[in-house]
Every structure is written in structure tokens, then in C-alpha cells.
Design a binder for this molecule. Structure first.
Ligand code: UDP
Length: 314
């Protein structure tokens, strides 16, 4: 008997992570229906899929009712602005997609009896007082600060996901995504990776915020997507951190980008944005144990691929 092709819906399919996830699902034999309204995503990220008979695209805001005729086995909810600069510019859309959009995507999963995965975030932990961050830490979030629209929308989304699980028996998964980088990030999205790389490639000053002593831990996109795929296919319904635990300061990261690009850029210091988390590093013991997953791509290799991509965009 011919094996059934699984059918996946990816919201935010034209975004950085959504498009890489779509590629992986297609490579693993899924049919994919991608949904995106191009607020922060771009058609360039999915144009290579034109003509693929297993890929269908719907241009829609997922905060509106999602109507689909066909059966669906998996709903991957990735739609949202994800850069602090973007959600500062789009606070209401960010709140809407995290709340109403998650509600609609969960409704679709319930209706289709599909499994649902929420792309949540390390921002759940806010400016964390526990380091590294474990999934049982409840976080330290300023609800009314500039990042509150994203952090609280995602916290609401997690609560909604668990409510659909408990009340309606929807099979749900929650991934808390830590800083991720790779090809298809938007050059001007304001996040540290595209900012530093584009500045360095043009020999312009590299803008370190604050003293650059705040830390981040960067995961290459292929590692992240593999971890997320394993989580969806697992039986685990509690939140799961996925990220790379190798932590460095933003200043160290700036120096690394200047080295990796062979740039003549100098470092300049700019004011630290409000509520910028001072430290961030995922504890991935849970993912290691349950998913048998750990990141494999070292920073220098991931940066080589990412820099090569940005060279084509500048
Ligand atoms: N950052 C920086 N210079 C920039 C952009 C960002 O120093 O041009 C810092 C920012 O203050 C933060 C870190 O880099 O401490 C990561 O910022 P990003 O916007 O990538 O995302 P976040 O991890 O804060 O959500």
C-alpha cells in the first residue's frame, strides 16, 4: 500500500524560520500549505518553491479565520514579527498574531484533528534572573515595556496552546526558540546578526549597544529546524528550549563578525535599548534527553554560510 503523504500547514512560511521549515518538510515528503501576509516575510524566501506540486501558498493574515478544504496532519505556527525593531514598529500586529493568530491556528488544528506546534521564544524568560534558562523558569518580563507586546503575546500563546490541549485534547507542542541565525534573515530587520554582518561587509562602524557585555547564544538555522521537527514528531507536550548553548558577549560577537568578514570596520557604542536582556543561554538538557538532539554547526561554519548569503544581498 502507498504510504500517505503527511500534510503540514506552516504559518509565517515566507519568514526566515518558516521558509527553512517548509524546505525541510518538503524534503521529508510532506505536502505543505504555507500561509503568510508578507508583513515581515518575503516572497524571495519561497520563490524557489514555485512549481513544486507539493507546495501551496495562501497570502493571508492568520489573525483572520483560516479556511482550508483539505485534510491537515500538522500545524506549525510560526507567523510573527520576531525582531525587537520590527515589533517595536508593529506592536499591535505582534500582539494580534500572537493572540488572535494563535487562536485561529489552534482552531484549525482542532478542526482538522491535527497536531499543533507553537513557535515560542526565549523572550518568555524576559530579562532572566536564572542562568542558563531552564524550561521550568517562569521568567522576568516587563509587560508594559517596549518588548512587552512580543513577550506577552507569546506568553498568552503558550497559555492558549495548553488550554486547547487540556480543554479540547489537541495534541500540542511548544518550542522556545533562542537566538537563531542563517541565510534568509532580512538585511534590515535590526537584529544583531544581519546588522553586524551588513555593517562589516560595507566597512561601516559596527554598532554595539551598551557596553556589549550582555550575552546571547546563537544557533544555526539548520540545527534549530531539525530540533523543532523532532519535537513535533515526539510525544512531549511541555515547553522545550531549542538553541545553541555556546554563549558570548555582544562585544565578542562583534569582533568575531569583523574577523569572519575580513572587515576594516571599527566598533562604536550606542545606547542600550530599554529592557534588553542582560544574559541569555538555553539549558538544553531536556532536548538532549527527550529528542536526542544537540546543535552540531559551530559558529564559524554557520557564519561562513550566513556571510556568503548577505554578500549576495548587499
Ligand atoms: N545589538 C547590538 N547592536 C545592534 C543590534 C543589536 O549591540 O546593531 C544587541 C542588542 O542590544 C542585544 C543583542 O545585540 O543585546 C541581540 O539583539 P537582537 O536584536 O538580535 O535580539 P534579542 O536577542 O535582543 O531579542
Amino acid at each position: 500500500m502507498k504510504k500517505k503523504q503527511p500534510a503540514s500547514v506552516v504559518t509565517g512560511a515566507a519568514g526566515f524560520l518558516g521558509s527553512h521549515l517548509t524546505d525541510l518538510l518538503l524534503a521529508r515528503g510532506h505536502k505543505v500549505i504555507g500561509i503568510d501576509n508578507f508583513v515581515t516575510g518575503t516572497v524571495d524566501n519561497i520563490s524557489h518553491l514555485g512549481g513544486n506540486p507539493r507546495f501551496k501558498f495562501i497570502q493571508q493574515d492568520v489573525s483572520e479565520f483560516i479556511f482550508l478544504n483539505e485534510p491537515v496532519d500538522y500545524v506549525w505556527h510560526f507567523a510573527s514579527p520576531a525582531s525587537p525593531v520590527d515589533y517595536l514598529e508593529l506592536p499591535i500586529q505582534t500582539l494580534k498574531v500572537g493572540s488572535l493568530g494563535t487562536h485561529k491556528a489552534l482552531g484549525l488544528a482542532k478542526n482538522k484533528r491535527a497536531r499543533f506546534l507553537l513557535a515560542s521564544t526565549s523572550e518568555i524568560y524576559g530579562d532572566p534572573l536564572v542562568h542558563p534558562q531552564t524550561e521550568d523558569y517562569w521568567g522576568n518580563v516587563n509587560p508594559i515595556g517596549p518588548r512587552g507586546c512580543y513577550d506577552e503575546a507569546k506568553r498568552f500563546a503558550e497559555a492558549m496552546t495548553m488550554a486547547y490541549h487540556r480543554e479540547h485534547g489537541v495534541e500540542t507542542r511548544i518550542v522556545r526558540i533562542f537566538n537563531t541565525y542563517g541565510p534568509r534573515m532580512r538585511l534590515n530587520d535590526g537584529r544583531v546578526v544581519p546588522s553586524f554582518i551588513s555593517q562589516a561587509l560595507q566597512n561601516k562602524p559596527v554598532t554595539v549597544f551598551g557596553k556589549g557585555l550582555q550575552t546571547r547564544s546563537f544557533c544555526f538555522v539548520s540545527d534549530l529546524i531539525e530540533g523543532i521537527f523532532r519535537l513535533m514528531m515526539s510525544l512531549y507536550n511541555q515547553p522545550m528550549n531549542i538553541g545553541n548553548p555556546s554563549e558570548l558577549t555582544v562585544l565578542e560577537f562583534a569582533r568575531e563578525i569583523i574577523r569572519a568578514t575580513g572587515s576594516r570596520s571599527k566598533i562604536v557604542f550606542k545606547p542600550l535599548p530599554q529592557d534588553d536582556p542582560k544574559q541569555r543561554q538555553p539549558d538544553i538538557a531536556r532536548a538532549k534527553k527527550i529528542l536526542r538532539w544537540a546543535p552540531k554547526v559551530p559558529l564559524d561554519r554557520g557564519l561562513t554560510d550566513t556571510i556568503a548569503y548577505f554578500r549576495t544581498k548587499i
